[in-house]
Design a protein around this ligand. Structure first.
Ligand code: SF4
Length: 171
């Protein structure tokens, strides 16, 4: 019996596969990325008192600009403002065309590619692969809260610095 063809949306432009290359490199090096991020996070937390003095809101735009430049290059980041990379094997869930943040949909193809963009491996298949190399990889099993679209464009780095230091609690 002939296998039915997978769903293909009409008029959809294929994604440029060269754009995935760096993103997949980062996932293949997820352990190194995790170590690097741990260091960056410690620095950010250490700088929190200074950043509070300068003013979190005053720092928002310049820090978000730098964060966007770094993370869009490495992870194809969409600046959702609530970064989950360390819990998703360094695979940004916002690259899922359905924006799923708690695992794949039921449409992953047999070759592990996306239902919507057949030329793109599923973001969550890659997330699982990346998580297997990470020290904290099991956090991929944690349930992510629904995304807050009001935070779009804001810096996750600043949010982490503020929340993980005692600065977040101060007026
Ligand atoms: S989870 Fe959000 S902040 Fe993190 S890389 Fe993806 S879009 Fe950017």
């Amino acid at each position: 019996m002939r296998t039915p063809a997978a769903f293909e949306a009409s008029g959809k432009k294929p994604r440029d596969a060269s754009k995935f290359a760096l993103r997949f490199w980062a996932i293949r090096h997820s352990r190194g990325m995790e170590r690097l991020y741990d260091r960056v996070e410690k620095i950010l937390i250490g700088l929190a008192p200074l950043m509070r003095k300068i003013g979190w809101e005053r720092l928002e735009a310049p820090v978000a600009l730098v964060e966007k430049a770094v993370k869009s290059t490495l992870f194809d980041c969409k600046m959702c403002g609530q970064c989950t990379l360390s819990s998703t094997g360094m695979s940004c869930p916002m690259n899922c065309p359905k924006g799923l943040r708690n695992g794949p949909c039921g449409g992953v193809r047999q070759d592990g590619h996306c239902e919507v963009y057949a030329e793109m491996p599923c973001v969550w298949v890659k997330a699982w692969e990346g998580s297997r190399a990470m020290a904290e990889g099991e956090t991929i099993r944690n349930v992510q809260t629904p995304i807050d679209h009001r935070l779009k464009g804001r810096s996750s780095w600043l949010a982490v610095a503020r929340d993980k230091s005692d600065e977040g609690a101060r007026p």
